[in-house]
Design a protein around this ligand. Structure first.
Ligand code: MEV
Length: 316
């Protein structure tokens, strides 16, 4: 066990296609966003200090032995310690920091938990396998999200683009040609738990309508996978537009998000959609080198509080 600080990071994420329907067993494609990161540092404390989690951006300090069972960061700490075979509370301070905006669809909660678990493994001198990290972080996602599909913890723990179907092993997703997304934050916080809960209530009230929408989203996701494999970015953009329209029919778009996707398309984006839970949070626009700057300006002019560019690159 190390006596010097151990540090680990985890990226944000964005869902390229398939959110919400993925909760109901349909496929989705997600990619990490390394331009925003969460980090965790474990520092040894004096004997008998106990384990303290300091989440600087959340303004929270949690003493592990006081942490409630449903406190997500205390929960993942306990689960990680158990996985490591550490039965006695260690005298460690875990300091968490993040540049990922909270409740904006970029996976801030899953990224904080992932960085935390990885730092605990590093401090214990053990390797944190992505499957193990993802399994532990999923438990905190259940607190944040209610009925999560598991896509956020999976893409963040793997740190690579993935094809994801709930309950199945994730498949690394390798684009043969790079493509760039402009990710625009509406500045409106919208907890995923609320939109996921609203979609569930809609599905319970009108199951046939919702199943048909989920099937149409799944068809767009399958077609999107083929478009990526063929390097057909024009088609991928059109499928993002289609997915967005279906998500709007599910009731998870909003006027500010519509303004952002409309502005991005008008400025030349190949396609644009909400990403994540919706209502607020982020939209993503598929851009080319020719239109990227114009799209970013258009998104800011349409009231985005921040635009991040990320390029999904071929592996190897
Ligand atoms: C959240 O990033 C994606 C949703 O599909 C919820 C989930 O998959 O758990 C909205």
């Amino acid at each position: 066990m190390s006596v010097s600080p151990a540090t680990a990071t985890a990226p944000g994420k964005t869902i390229l296609l398939g959110e919400h329907a993925v909760v109901y067993g349909r496929p989705a494609i997600a990619t990490p966003v390394w331009q925003t990161v969460a980090s965790a540092t474990v520092t040894p404390l004096a004997p008998d200090s106990g384990c303290v989690i300091v989440a600087e951006d959340l303004g929270e300090t949690i003493r592990l032995h006081d942490g409630a069972a449903d406190q997500p960061l205390a929960l993942v700490t306990r689960l990680a310690l158990a996985e490591l075979g550490i039965t006695q509370e260690p005298d460690w301070q875990i300091t968490l920091q993040s540049t990922i905006p909270i409740a904006s669809g970029l996976g801030s909660g899953a990224a904080l938990s992932t960085a935390l678990v990885r730092a605990l493994f590093a401090q214990a001198g053990q390797i944190a396998e992505p499957q193990t990290v993802s399994r532990i972080v999923y438990e905190s996602e259940r607190i944040y999200h209610g009925t999560p599909s598991g896509i956020d913890n999976t893409v963040i723990a793997y740190g690579t683009p993935i094809w994801f179907v709930r309950g199945q092993p994730a498949e690394a997703f390798v684009p043969p040609v790079p493509f760039t997304l402009a990710i625009a934050d509406s500045g409106i916080r919208s907890p995923t738990k609320e939109t996921v809960g609203d979609v569930r209530r809609g599905w319970e009230a009108q199951p046939a309508r919702h199943e048909a929408l989920f099937d149409a989203i799944a068809a767009a996701v399958h077609a999107g996978r083929k478009a990526i494999a063929a390097g057909d970015l024009a088609l991928l953009g059109a499928l993002m537009d289609e997915d967005h329209a279906l998500l709007a029919q599910l009731g998870v778009s909003s006027d500010p998000l519509e303004r952002l996707v409309t502005a991005a398309r008008a400025a030349g984006a190949l396609g644009a959609k909400l990403s994540g839970g919706g209502r607020g949070g982020n939209v993503i626009a598929l851009v080319t080198a020719d239109c990227q700057v114009a799209v970013e300006h258009a998104l800011l002019a349409a009231s985005a509080v921040r635009v991040i560019g990320t390029t999904v690159t071929p592996v190897g």
